[in-house]
Design a protein around this ligand. Structure first.
Ligand SMILES: NC(=O)c1ccc[n+]([C@@H]2O[C@H](COP(=O)([O-])OP(=O)(O)OC[C@H]3O[C@@H](n4cnc5c(N)ncnc54)[C@H](O)[C@@H]3O)[C@@H](O)[C@H]2O)c1
Ligand SMILES: O=C(O)[C@H]1O[C@@H](O)[C@H](O)[C@@H](O)[C@@H]1O
Length: 270
């Protein structure tokens, strides 16, 4: 499959681009930054919130054969102002979806986040029926981007898979991440499944590994063909050998962990 990956120079992109190529996909990278050293795929330095830049990228990238899907990773992966969150997550997604409609590209795999439901208490089940409950403006951006995916799935029959990613890291670094960890290899497996599963329509799945301590539903991912193989438990003894901190308790209380705390509060408009 020929896939445009936005945010390809970022931490997930640097793993995903070679991972998807290894799985036989033809990848085209797009980012505000130049390609990391050693990148062999075509690359566009462009802002995916800029309609003209996206159009020029797709026209050029399609010359050697049509782009068939977009994996949208580009965005600020942290709390920011409301304006920036909306621009970074919602406007980029809308810009790309409009371009996809124009170019007949029928699938988007979107890097959503657990922070779309981050204010959900950890005592509650977290599955695809969990209502939007953002913990930050970042989470609000992810909720609204998911709403756009659904709108374009309904209006334009775009297959749109929103992956509510947990904590993408080489290995878990906190006790919370023993439940929320997404390994590098599982991230590639998950995006590959979301790209190739037949006719998903609009779908949501939780992007975590097969963690013994996970409490978010993995069935929605399995329905897309995502079979996670890694488990954060292999790191549990080492993490638990470290002294517990007050942060552990706070982080355990809600899906979004630290993003729920007052340290993340800020006014919507300055
Ligand atoms: N890392 C995680 O644990 C995690 C968890 C949940 C969701 N996510 C989501 O996954 C995506 C990727 O996260 P990451 O950790 O790789 O972030 P990152 O900051 O490492 O990478 C993001 C990349 O996107 C690029 N970018 C940002 N805005 C852009 C724009 N308008 N046009 C083109 N490129 C742009 C940046 O230059 C950067 O290279 C984000 O949308 C993030 O919200 C990440
Ligand atoms: O919840 C998490 O662990 C992660 O969630 C992602 O959405 C954020 O981009 C990342 O900064 C967090 O560390």
């Amino acid at each position: 499959m020929k896939v445009l990956v936005t945010g390809a120079a970022g931490s997930i992109g640097r793993v995903l681009v070679p991972g998807l190529v290894d799985r036989g996909h033809e990848v085209v990278g797009m980012d505000l930054h130049v390609a990391p050293d050693g990148t062999t795929c075509p690359w566009y330095v462009a802002d995916c919130g800029d309609p003209d830049a996206v159009e020029a990228t797709l026209v050029d990238a399609s010359q050697a054969g049509p782009v068939e899907a977009v994996v949208h990773l580009a965005g600020i992966p942290d709390e920011t102002s409301l304006d920036d969150a909306l621009a970074s997550h919602v406007l980029t997604t809308g810009t790309l979806l409009d371009a996809m409609v124009r170019h007949g590209i029928s699938r988007m795999v979107y890097a959503s986040s657990n922070h779309a439901v981050g204010r959900t208490p950890s005592s509650e089940a977290v599955d695809t029926r969990t209502l939007p409950r953002p913990d930050t403006f970042y989470g609000v951006g992810k909720v609204a981007a998911e709403a756009l995916l659904r709108l374009y799935a309904d209006r334009h029959q775009i297959d749109a898979v929103a992956l509510r990613i947990g904590s993408f890291l080489l290995q878990p670094e906190t006790r919370r991440q023993l439940g929320t960890w997404l390994s590098h290899d599982d991230a590639v497996r998950m995006v590959d499944a979301a790209l190739t599963t037949p006719d998903p329509g609009f779908a949501v799945a939780y992007g975590i590994s097969n963690n013994t301590r996970a409490w978010w539903d993995l069935e929605a991912g399995r329905a897309l063909g995502y079979e996670p193989e890694d488990d954060a438990e292999q790191f549990a003894d080492a993490l638990q050998a470290q002294p517990a901190s007050d942060d552990d308790e706070v982080e355990a209380a809600y899906v979004g962990g630290p993003f729920v705390t007052e340290a993340y509060y800020r006014p919507a408009r300055d």
